[in-house]
Write a protein that binds this ligand. Structure first.
Ligand code: AKG
Length: 204
């Protein structure tokens, strides 16, 4: 089923991302957040180690989410019907936690032979400027930028990798993206945690 109007599809190709695509009701999002928090409680806190990687292979509620018809329909509009979910992960910024994600382009380290991939970024909480919503630079997917590893302590990326150029922050936007650089605002000290998850989807 087609979800995106042709004008939206055109913009998606041009900008490298599209938002919003309403997927979950607030009650459904709260329910998923509770499930995530139950997993965290069971494992003694933030997800670590093997549980961090491809959790949709471990938890049925995530396996169902990556197959959500609304997500799949929107992805299909961009990539076509032959889809493969090859990864999922959480980027969680707890309340008053200095955690952040530096500006980066996922394509730099995903090691795919072709950039026929997109990420569906699904919010389990409100995602606001104050609590660290993701930002993107329209059109930046067209250019692969040089990156450097910083190993910065609060960076949520494994090596603190970031693009090696300055970003014009005034152009930052938010949500559903395709290899765009991302960065939360400097003020991540939100009173409310933010718990998005993202299933990157590719055509095999
Ligand atoms: O949610 C974020 O702040 C960053 C997400 C991200 O870096 C990604 O989806 O690749």
């Amino acid at each position: 089923m087609t979800r995106l109007a042709s004008s939206a599809l055109e913009r998606t190709t041009e900008d490298g991302f599209h938002f919003p695509v309403p997927v979950l009701t607030p009650a459904e999002a709260r329910g998923l957040r509770r499930r995530l928090e139950a997993v965290e409680a069971e494992h003694g806190g933030a997800l670590r180690g093997e549980i961090r990687h491809k959790p949709h292979l471990l938890f049925t509620w995530l396996a169902e989410l990556v197959r959500h018809p609304t997500i799949l329909d929107a992805v299909e509009d961009v990539l076509g019907p032959n889809l493969l979910v090859w990864s999922t992960s959480f980027f969680i910024k707890e309340a008053r936690d200095p955690a952040y994600v530096s500006w980066h382009q996922d394509a730099t380290y995903w090691g795919l032979s072709a950039p026929d991939v997109l990420t569906a970024w699904v919010a389990f909480t409100d995602a606001t400027v104050e609590n660290g919503a993701m930002r993107m630079v329209p059109g930046s997917h067209a250019e692969q930028l040089e990156h450097r590893d910083t190993f910065a302590p609060h960076n949520l990326l494994s090596r603190g990798q970031e693009i090696a150029v300055e970003v014009d922050e005034a152009r930052g936007v938010d949500e559903y993206h395709h290899f765009a650089p991302e960065q939360p605002p400097a003020a991540d000290l939100a009173p409310e945690a933010r718990a998005p998850r993202r299933p990157p989807v590719t055509s095999p």
